[in-house]
Write a protein that binds this ligand. Structure first.
Ligand code: FAD
Length: 566
């Protein structure tokens, strides 16, 4: 580029050029460039979010393939699996954050600290707001990736505003402050014994991994650190941690062995696990709940109540789903198995992570055809070899996970109920039915979001390559309406998304558990905790956060957690 051109780009980066348009006649941000930007004239890829899905996509995207703009109200990536550790100071909040500007550097992307409030699919514009009293404008796209995550589900419970949530770093900070507030208030001579008991009662609604890990971290903090300091002895005796769980076990998405192990551990630690219980109302200082098959309402006083019972659609996701007939009445944005948003015909919009769910063509509907094709010797049942060949064939067409394929022998044995060494039609039916159900609802986890982001990046890289080499050699063809010119079959020719479940982990207080799926579990004490830590250590997005984590863990083991309130 000439010096003059570089200067112009420098200036245009400082003064965004705006024209008006779109349904609301808002300004359209038309220019985000700087002197290092060689992606001008490339398709505009807009990514909404800076969480697990968005970051794994950005990390795998190749430079100069797209003109990338990332929009998120958080200018950092948050490592959520360790968030419970930040509520009691096992880890410092900053050790879980990585600035998004550092992550997007390698692709010379642009970051806007703003929230997407709507998407106009016809005009290919994202409506963006910089805050409640801020500006609104449109950002145009050729390709859009929606990775905005979810919010906590509240089930319309009255009084939910009295509860804490644990989704963001500010949530963790607020919890840490409330815990210390309560402990200090409970130690005042002016506090009555009844009030002291209330302040020291910590209630967790929801016995899933987040609720369980928070309860475990809190218990560790209270028993390992608070006791070391000059707090009244009575206070130590009156601390109570309770978990209220709707079903009959905590960690009920894990193998039963793990739930049992965690429940036994919590019983030993005197953590009060109340199962088969539904919260009816939350009052300012107590919750009202009912046990299954009981009419009588029970009360539990609390000084801090954490609400962690699952996830729901964010306002943007809801708005999008109401706009598209294909998305109506769904619990998340529905995509096909190539992660394209259903209802958008030109493959220009993708959705990944917690805000989305993958819809699969029904495996079970094609069962008879699979079975007859696979039964080569026409015996009316499938031998293991026939079954294996069929599984491979199906996996090319449907997003059967690599995990299913790897464990084909276990699946075969599990569903071969009469142990005949062959699978009969009804046995195969039961198996596909189970697989199908699991496939249509991938868990809302970092693992899924990460794999989807990675998959999408690889695909977008390939699409850009094919586009530049074969179909549209001139990159400038894509500056405005590139996606419309794209060959719609191109995406179809690439592999569908295939989720490989690598296992689920949970920290349960000086011990950890792991469920690797199909019956493989691991439970243990400190050795498991070190494994748990090393897995998360290796998954960090930067060397910086690795160093911070190592320092926090070392500091904690030498000096204990910091109990200062600020
Ligand atoms: P997120 O990571 O939530 O990212 C969403 C992003 O979108 C955020 O950057 C947000 O600021 C941004 N955003 C929101 N609204 C907008 C908008 N309107 N416009 C633009 N940007 C927007 N999963 C596991 O696999 N293992 C675990 O151990 C585990 N532990 C967890 C512990 C806790 C406490 C929590 C809360 C979650 C845990 N999860 C775990 C789940 C995991 O964090 C989520 O599944 C994962 O974060 C989903 O990734 P995502 O990219 O869809 O959403």
């Amino acid at each position: 580029r000439t010096e003059a051109e570089v200067k112009k780009h420098e200036i245009s980066n400082l003064t965004l050029e705006f024209k008006r348009g779109g349904p609301k006649q808002l300004p359209i941000a038309s220019h985000f460039t700087d002197e290092k930007d060689f992606s001008i004239g490339k398709p505009r890829l807009v990514i909404l979010g800076s969480g697990w899905g968005a970051v794994s996509l950005i990390k795998e995207l190749e430079k100069d393939k797209y003109h990338v703009t990332v929009i998120s109200p958080q200018n950092y990536f948050l490592f959520t699996p360790l968030l419970p550790s930040a509520t009691v100071g096992t880890l410092e909040a900053r050790s879980l954050l990585e600035p998004i500007r550092g992550i997007i550097k390698h692709i010379c992307a642009h970051y806007l600290e703003a929230r997407a409030t709507d998407v106009c699919f016809d005009e290919k514009l994202v409506e963006v707001s910089t805050g409640p009293d801020g500006d609104s404008f449109y950002v145009p796209y050729d390709k859009l990736v929606i990775a905005v995550g979810s919010k906590s589900i509240t089930h319309g419970i009255e009084g939910i505003e009295h509860c804490h949530f644990l989704k963001t770093i500010n949530d963790a900070r607020a919890i840490r402050k409330t815990i210390m507030d309560n402990i200090e208030k409970a130690s005042l001579p002016t506090t009555s014994s009844e009030e002291r008991k209330r302040l020291l009662s910590f209630v967790v609604c929801g016995g899933g991994p987040t609720g369980v890990e928070f309860a475990a971290e809190l218990y560790d903090f209270l028993t390992e650190d608070v006791v070391k300091y000059q707090f009244p002895t009575v206070l130590r005796k009156e601390v109570q941690v309770s978990i209220i769980q709707g079903s009959d076990h905590i960690l009920n998405t894990y193998d039963k062995k793990i739930s049992d192990f965690a429940e036994k551990k919590f019983k030993r630690d005197n953590i009060n696990v109340i199962t088969n219980a539904r919260v009816q109302k939350v009052k300012e200082d107590h919750i009202i709940y009912k046990k299954k098959n009981e009419d009588e309402e029970r009360e539990l006083k609390y000084g801090l109540c954490l609400w962690s019972t699952g996830i729901a659609m964010s306002s943007l996701t809801k708005k999008i789903s109401e706009k598209l007939p294909e998305q109506k009445n769904m619990r998340a944005l529905v995509t096909d198995n190539r992660l394209r948003l259903m209802g958008i015909p030109d493959s220009s919009v993708y959705a990944i992570g917690d805000c989305s769910t993958v819809k699969n063509p029904k495996l079970v509907e094609n069962l008879m055809k699979f079975f007859t094709d696979a039964d080569v010797d026409n015996s009316g049942a499938l031998s293991y070899a026939e079954f294996q060949a069929m599984a491979k064939k199906i996996s090319r067409k449907y997003p059967i996970t690599a995990d299913h394929l790897k464990k084909a022998n276990i699946l075969f044995a599990t569903y071969d109920k009469n142990k005949s060494g062959t699978l009969e039609l009804d046995e195969l039916h039961a198996m596909l039915d189970d697989i199908d159900k699991r496939l249509t609802s991938l868990p809302a986890t970092a693992q899924v979001a990460h794999q989807q982001g990675k998959y999408l990046a690889k695909k977008l890289n390939k699409l850009a390559l094919e586009r530049s080499t074969a179909i549209f050699p001139s990159s400038t063809d894509y500056s405005v309406d590139g996606a419309e010119k794209e060959n719609p079959d191109m995406d179809d020719r690439l592999e569908p998304f295939n989720y490989a479940h690598l296992g689920s982990l949970a920290y349960i207080g000086n011990s950890a558990v792991a469920d690797f799926g199909t019956g493989y579990t691991w439970t243990g004490g400190w050795s498991a905790v070190y494994l748990w830590r090393s897995i998360y250590f290796s998954e960090q997005v930067s060397l910086r956060t690795r160093v911070l984590l190592a320092l926090d863990w070392t500091k904690g083991s030498i000096f204990g957690r910091d109990i200062s309130k600020f």
